[in-house]
Each structure stands twice: as C-alpha cells, then as structure tokens.
Design a protein around this ligand. Sequence first.
Ligand code: SF4
Length: 994
Amino acid sequence: MELLIKALHQTCQTNLLNEKILVVDSYSIGEQIISHYMKEGYNAVNLKVKTVRDLALGFIHTNDDFCNTAIGSHLVYSLLKQLKFNNSLRYFHNLEITPNLSHGMYEVIQELRLAGYTSNTINDRQFVITEKGQDIIHILKSYEETLKVKNLKDNCNLYQEALKVGTKLDCIFLLQSNLNLSHLEEQFIGKIISDYIVHLPLTPVYGVVKPQSSKYSMIIEGEPTPHSYLYHLDASENIKGNLSLFTTKTEEHELKEVLKRIAKKQLPFDHCAVYYSQSNPYITTMYHLSEEQNFPVTFNEGIPIQFTKPGKLMTGLLKWIKSAYSVTVFVNILQEGLLNIEGDGPSNSTWITLLRKANIGWDATRYKMIFQNEIKSVETKLKHVEDQQKRLYLRELREHLSWLSHWYQTVFEKLPPISMQSSITYETLLLGLQDMIRNYSKVSSSYDLAAKESLIDTIDNILPYVNESLTVQEGIERLEELVLQLKIGASKPKPGYLHFCSFENGLYISRDHVFIVGLDNQRFPGGSGENPLLLDIERKRLGRCIPLLQEKSKTRLYKMLQVLASSSRNVTLSYCQFDVNENRATSPAHLFLQSYRLQSGNKSANFKDLKQSIPVIEESIIHSRDWWADKLNSATLNQLEQPLLSQFEHICRGLIADEARQSDSFTVYDGKIISNTSKFDPRLNKNTTISAGKLEMLATCPYSYFLQVVLNIKPIEDTVYTQERWLDPVARGTLLHEVFELFYRKLQELNEKPSFENHHSLIVEVAQNSLAKIKEILPPPSENVELQEITEVLESCETFLKLEEENSIHGSPKYFEYSFGVDGIEPAIITLPSGTFHVSGKIDRVDLQPDGTYHIIDYKTGSTWGYDGNIAFRGGRQLQHLLYTLAIENHLSLNEGAVQKSSYLFPTKKGLGRAYERKQLESIRTNGRNILENLLTVIEHGHFTMTDDENDCKYCQLKDVCRRSTYDKDQVDIKHQDIDSIGVRSFKGVRAYD
Ligand code: SF4
C-alpha cells in the first residue's frame, strides 16, 4: 500500500490542479486508498474516484430502469419456463426450471453479453454440443426481447451505448492494478481514456505465475517485502517474515483465539482486520461471537439476512405457508419473538397457550372458525358464572380470542390459500409477505432495520415485473431464492471496529494487524470446478476475457500472496483441524506450510515438522461462559474455591445434584421422595382414582410416573402438519374405536349378528360418516392423502367385520365403552391385602359368552409388538387385561371368575386382524394382585426409580427432563441394588412377572 500511496502522491503533486480520475473495481477499494492517502497527510485536490460503470453512466441519459440481479434472475426464470413450455429448448429441455437454475443462467447471460456477444453474433459451434449453443442463442434472444418490452437496461446495454457516445476525457487516469474488466468495459475504457495513464503499483509476488492481464488491467510491481518471497524461498536467504501461526480444533476456537490475542496485546479493534478464506462458517461464527460478547465488528460482505429478526420472520412465514398454516410453525415464530404487535393483543405466552388449547392444527379457514366457536363458548359460560374473579378471567379471555380472530382474519386476507398447488399471482404473494414484514416485523438492532428495509425494497424492485400466475409452491421457491440469499449491513472498515472480510477484498485495507483464518487445504485455495451452463472449453472458444473456472484456485492463491506481500507487519495465520459443517478432519494448506518454512527458516520443513512445531490450541477463553465450561469439564473441578462457588447458588446445587446422581445410592436426584408421600397413595385417598394407563406407566418406568403424575410435567403435544399424513395414530385410533362402537350399536338395533356380506355397506357408511365429521375438525393436507387414508380406514373396517363374523359364535357384545370412575360414574374398587383403591377406565367392549361368562375386548390400532407370545404381564408393563377384569367384576357385582378372558384385538391392516387372549386364571389373578401390591408400595415410599431397561426410553418424550443419558453406563443398575430403598426393591419385584 505504501508504494501505491507514494505513486499516487507523486502524480497528485505534479498535477495538483489537473483533473485526476482514480479508476477502481469498487467504491470500497477507492475509499480505502483515499483514506490511507489522507492519513499520510497528503491532499487530494481534483482527484475523483470512479468505477468503470460510473464513467459509462457519465455519457448516458436514459429514462429506462436498470435491470439488477433480482429482476434479471426473475425475468430469466419466466422466460426459461416459457421457452420450455413452447418446446423451444432442446439441450435444456429436460432440466427442471428452478430459481437456482435461472440465477445461474442469468449470470451466464451477463458474462456473454459483457463479452460483447448477442443472439446474432454468438455461434452455436462454439459450444460443445450444437443443440446447447442453439438453446443459449434462444435464451439470449428471448432475454434481449424481454429487456426491450420492459424498457429495461442491463450493464451490457449501458456499455454498448456508452461506446457509441463516449469520447476521450482530458484528464489523468490513475488505474488500480489488476482491474477486473470485461471485454466491453475494456473497449469502453480504451475509447475514453487519455494518454496520461498511471498504473498504481502493488507489492510484487514471486514464485507464482501472474494472472493474465490486459493493457488496462496490468499488474505493476514496486519494491518487494519479505512476504513477497513466500513462494520463492530459494531467493529468501536471510529474509525473515513477520508471521505467527496457530491451529485450533474448530472454527469457533480459531476466531476466539484471534480475539484472545487481540485482547492480550490490547490492540485497538480498528488496528486489526480478520480475513477469511471462505465465508462459511466464519461470518456466522464471528457474528454470533460479536453479538454474544458485544464487541464492534464491520462485516465487509454483510451478514446473511436470516440472522436478523425480519429475515427470520420471512423464513418463518414461508414455512408457515408451506405447512398450510400449521399452528406449530406459527408458535415457533412467536417463541422466537419475531412479531411486533402494537395495541392490546395478548402477550406472546398467552397467545401461544390459546393457540395450543384451540387445537386448530392447520388450515387458514380453521383459525377464524375455531376462535369464533371459542368466543361463543366463553359467552355461554359468562351467562352462568357468578364468581367475579372467574367473570373477569372469562371477559379477558373473550377479548383475547376476539383480537386473535380479527388478527388472523386480517392476515389471511393477504396471504395465499392453503394448497401448495393452488394458483396465485406472484404479485399477491409478494405483497402479502411485504405487508407482514412492514407491519409486524420486530426491529431491535441496526441490522434488523437494514434487513426490514432491504426486504421491502427488494420486493418493491421486482413488483413491476411479476404479474404471472404460479402455484404457491413455485412462488415460495422463487421468494426463497430472491430474499433469503440477501446479505445486509455490508460495511467498509470503520473507526473503533474490528474489520472482517474475505482475503480477496483485503488487499487495499490498511490495518497494522492482520489475521487470516481458514487456511486448511479444503478451504484454501479451494477447488476449480466447472460451470455446466458454460464449460471452460466453451469459455476458451468464446474468449474475450470470459474467466476460466480452472484458473480460480491459481487466482485465489495469487490474491492471497498479494495480500500477504502487502501486509509486511504482524500477520497471524491459522487453520482449524476439523470442519464442523462437513464433519471431517482437515490438514493445513500448502500456503500454511510455506509460511512456516519462511518464518522458521527451515526451507525443507514438511507437514510433519509443521504439526510438531505448531501445537493445537485447545481452548481460548474469552468469555465467562468459556471459563465455566473449561472448569466444569476438566478434571480439576474440585479445585474450584468454595468462596468463589458460593457466589453461584445454581451451580452449587447443580454440582451437588451431579455428585448425588453419580453416586451408588438411590437419592432425591434419582426419583426418591423423602417428604411425606401419603397424598399420592390411592389406598389412603379414596377420592383419587388410578387408571390402567397410569399403573402401566408406573410399572414401565416409575421415574416417568414421578415426572408426569407426581410433578405433573407433560410433554407438549402439538398437532403437527405434514403433507404426507392426515390422521395421526391417536386420531386414527379414536376414529376406528368410534366406528366399531357405532356399527355394533346399529347391529344391536337390527338384532343381527355381524356378516360381511350383509353388513359391509353398513360399516362403510358408518365409517364414512365418522370420516366426514373428522374432516370438519381436521382437514386433510391433500386429496391424494385423504383418499389413501380413507382406503386404509375402510380396509381396517373390512378386517374388523370379517373377524367379528368369525368370532360371533363365541359370544355377543353386551357392553360398549363400559365406563367407571369417569363422567360422574362410580369408580371400581380393587381389593388387595394392603387395602382397597379406586380405579377408573373405559372398556372398549364386553362380550357375553354362550356359557354366561364374560370376555373383555380391547381394540388396538397400532402394531402388535409386545403382545404376541405367551406372556401375561411383560414385567408389569401390561396390566390392563387384569385390572379391567377385576374392575368390571367389582363394578357389575359379579362373582370372582365371571370374566374368563380378556383380549387385545388388532382389527387393522397393520395388525392383520390378530387377537391376543389373556385367560384370567387364578394364577394370573394372584400374580396380578402381587404386581399391584408392589406398585402401590413404590408410591407409598415415593421411590420412583428409573426403568432398568433402556428400551423403555426409546419413545419416551421426557428424555430431556429425565437426562438418563448423563448417567454412567451401569449407574442405574447399581442404584437399583440400594438395599434401603423398599420401593426400588418392589419395582424390581414387578419385573419378575413375565
Ligand atoms: S427416558 Fe427412560 S428413564 Fe427417563 S423417564 Fe423416560 S422411560 Fe424413564
């Protein structure tokens, strides 16, 4: 940079009052050069900074709009669709037209047009396949016509017109070295440039081939620095660089180490710049670190819009539409705090609770309908309730529900209908989402504000060109490509800020301390690849400065070496040994080895030497969170001093709990209650009933019972929308139970026995009525899915009917949905040696057999897993058959033994119509009572240990609360041997019963 400034100064001094134009690739580069120049105390009288585009614009007067990338990609998408629809494409005909493809094609069109090619001048023989060339010509032609019709101009039009009217400018031209010029730009600059040209020099780079350049983009070299020899070590005798090298395990550690070094040396942030070899994941990581720890950073490329609240809201809204307005997706938007709702709406938590309680599931039409029903129900309650507190609560509830009903109605007037295949205009979708962002997006930072404005402007920009119809799905895909790729908050280096940018933009940034991260061999110099839309072989044939992708890695290496050569002071290079995104180990880049060789003076050092000399930095502590993580994870945990720990009450309690959990005893942190547990024992509380489900839960895992019944912790069960399924297992089971019951009641009215031939149409009718009812409450995601699931339900009904016809000789149904202990019905009473307890339940069906005995039938609509074989109790996990036997005998005042068997019937396609019978013999009853006795002992003593079989945890929804996985492998087994825990022994006793 010093060389460049010197040359600039010489020219300015010699031509103080003459007009001078500094031609640069971007304003950012121009600003950096001028700022450095001024910092040196020089003045810049009559010195203007311009890009080639600015110079062209200076000659053009037009009322046409300019076509930017967003508009261009959008137009290319539409024209590709049209060409494909008209069968005008041959080579690209089979390609699916996606927003991604259109974007790629738009870039190729730009490359060709800036190389001066039009549909009339390009030759199809320049492409590897003539058909491809012809398609490209069609596409170019269509693009040219579209621009004309829409009165739009792109950069190619700009340079072509400027070439016609441009004239030589009488001023001094200072050209940035290695200007990035297209063929048209080169021609244009050749036309307007004067004879007084100064090429600004750069520090030379030795040992690698210079990239090709033209008359105006040549690289002029000045004096070398030690780093100029990085790839020419043989000539670097007695030359030592100023490089520091380090390596870490992950990218996050790498950036933390950079920050630690800045802090340790107390470097001002605005004396430092961090360059990355690849933006992902470095931008994300640096952004999160700066947010967490609140230090100032300027991001040269900006940050992805999805990091901001408006960006997240846009993503959330697109997901919401895709999910057919699923409540679960909307709840996520609320939970993330992305909405800014002014006025008297409910708080976020009340909103979420009301949404969950309403059981809307999905579908725009259901929000209003269900909220209206809820409002009516609250109003009915209000008529009868006299308690003032309750009335106050109900009135508030009514207000919230009315507000929500109105809010959703307003929103759904703007957003598209539910089906992804529905047709809408793209404009409607854009306007709807723009309205949501404008009115409801939360803004809490300058990035949020920039993101909100950027989203609104980007949509505004393309609105004049979007009048076509498309499906909701297509619209969403196009929007995702359009807005979610946006970056916002791009900034030049600012005083007081650490600057973070790609090394490719680092050449003109003058900071005293440079850190370059990501120097592993995967990221740097990176692969060369091919663009299938325009192959390198085609680029070579076309010529005219169209860049070759095979040169990419060489160009990157050259640029990096230029950056290093120009940064002769305080350069720190690093790489991390593991790529978290790709989940693979990485090795240092060759550049890293060269840097080590230069720095160490050992020119023949190899990667092994490098590895030995540059040890991995394990952890860089820059935040109290890192410090705690380090202490808590390390073996030196006990060395934490008590006075320090005592300041952190929660951590102290956590440490005590952790120690207790890791001990061999069964403790209060493992499900043991040491206070009075009598209120949980149903034998002592006759107002408490217990169900078969809860007893089976207790037998499966007492800890799960402890969490769910004692502590009342419930997993959140949202109705999840998927495009592939309508009825979830619970909804389908409830529906089939209802159909079987209704069908049998009709048969009873007819006084007939089930017959497949006679009653097939009856069961189908019953099923269709029930399906129609459920459809009103729970709409299917699509006709296909609905049809498929109706077929499955009807197949299950047929299986059921065939089974019932075969079994009808063994008995006839006497009771359906026989209930006790629910809906105001007296509970059943079970008597054990230790006392009696009350039971509640609902038995699907009770048949009376020809011999006057009873047969209990329980319909199961899931898999038969765990029911087959000759087992009665599965270690206590299957108790229902026994409990219902004892309960109904008591409730109907039958003699012991009146119920002879209890069956699990699987009348579905999945269950293959299987039935598993449990004969209620004397031995089963005795064993069953023993199990119940043991289980009540668990409750009596409050010893709710974890299950002894990890298979029970597979589908448990309380894993995150229970955290069984934090125990050492055999720890739970060891705790089960605690001889002082009577409840635990009783639980183990239950397991003895197969
Ligand atoms: S995860 Fe396992 S141990 Fe924990 S509550 Fe669930 S079933 Fe019990």
